[in-house]
Design a protein around this ligand. Structure first.
Ligand code: PCA
Length: 323
């Protein structure tokens, strides 16, 4: 008891601020520090510090520097890191529902992707809760198109091409085009292209810009196949132990950051294409023949997804198609 009194007295005497008693949270993120997702992670951390009056002090670790992209979910699930950010559909091999945002040509604008998220959200969050995770916010990437080191007009040009995939859906896409997929994190993409491990990939202009892929590749085909999302997740046990006002403060920061991040993504989408072009890449629409093939593959992928997810997946698509 004396000890406690001494401590209380000491705190009063030196008027240690709330910040000094802050809970420190390390937040691993997978993408480049200069990428908008990572910059928004810093905005989020600042807001959380502000709205919790210094109670929760988040330090962002971008670029896979604390945990690599592929390790972040497990780190947060197990509480090794209290909070982290990851590409949601990378977990679709474990929980197929989490591939809701990789259905080719279903929701190809920011607006329709947001509608799809609103429909999928409760089911996705329930799935993540089963994995001991609570989603704080999600943020879409710009539309996905194909990078190559040559002109590609149809699937005749993609046979045998080495392809960097970022999840199982993109590996399927590649195989259907006769390509040879290998999964590589964005943080290791430049190296994979430099060493010839990969010579093509599907992504947004954003990742091509971050990884300066014009050093190795020449063509980008705008396909706008889907807008995949990153999500910021917190360990469920840690979240459940927070008091109500702290949760509300963090959620306010998350809601604001999620909206700002989506707006930033839309604002930058064309700017990234301009940067690719300024660095010598050809940025073009996919040819009608190539696009037709991609759409056929898209139908197969959607059917496969529905088969693996079952009724929940069908309910999401049915509701989306009604809108
Ligand atoms: N960039 C990330 C995921 C989607 C995107 O546009 C990547 O290529 O890893």
């Amino acid at each position: 008891m004396r000890k406690l009194t001494t401590v209380v007295a000491a705190i009063a005497a030196t008027s240690i601020s709330a910040a000094a008693l802050a809970e420190k949270w390390d937040m691993p993120m997978a993408y480049a520090a200069t990428n908008f997702h990572s910059e928004m992670g810093v905005v989020f951390a600042d807001k959380v510090r502000d709205y919790t009056k210094g109670k929760i002090d988040i330090t962002v670790h971008p670029g896979g520097s604390l945990f690599k992209g592929g390790e972040i979910k497990r780190a947060v699930q197990t509480g090794q890191a209290p909070i982290g950010e990851r590409f949601m559909s990378a977990h679709a091999n474990e929980a197929p529902l989490l591939g809701w945002d990789n259905l080719p040509f279903l929701a190809t604008t920011y607006e329709s992707n947001e509608k799809l998220w609103q429909i999928a959200k409760d089911k996705v969050n329930a799935q993540l809760a089963d994995l001991n995770l609570v989603t704080l916010y999600t943020c879409p990437w710009p539309g996905q198109g194909f990078y190559f080191n040559k002109a590609v007009n149809s699937e005749a040009d993609t046979q045998g091409v080495k392809f960097r995939s970022y999840n199982s859906a993109t590996a399927t896409f590649a195989k259907e085009l006769g390509m040879l997929p290998v999964q590589v994190e964005a943080a290791e993409l430049s190296q994979a292209l430099a060493t010839g491990v990969a010579e093509s990939f599907i992504s947004s202009g954003s990742t091509g810009y971050d990884r300066k892929v014009w050093e190795h590749l020449s063509h980008y085909y705008k396909v706008n196949a889907w807008h995949p999302r990153n999500y910021v997740m917190v360990n469920k046990g840690i979240w459940d132990n927070l008091d109500g006002s702290t949760k509300a403060a963090i959620q306010k920061a998350a809601d604001e950051t999620g909206a700002a991040c989506a707006a930033k993504s839309a604002e930058l989408a064309n700017w990234y294409f301009e940067q690719l072009q300024a660095n010598g890449m050809k940025v073009e629409d996919a040819s009608p023949a190539f696009l037709k093939k991609l759409k056929e593959i898209g139908q197969i992928m959607q059917a496969d997804w529905l088969k693996s997810v079952g009724a929940d997946g069908q309910a999401i698509i049915d509701e989306y198609n009604k809108m």
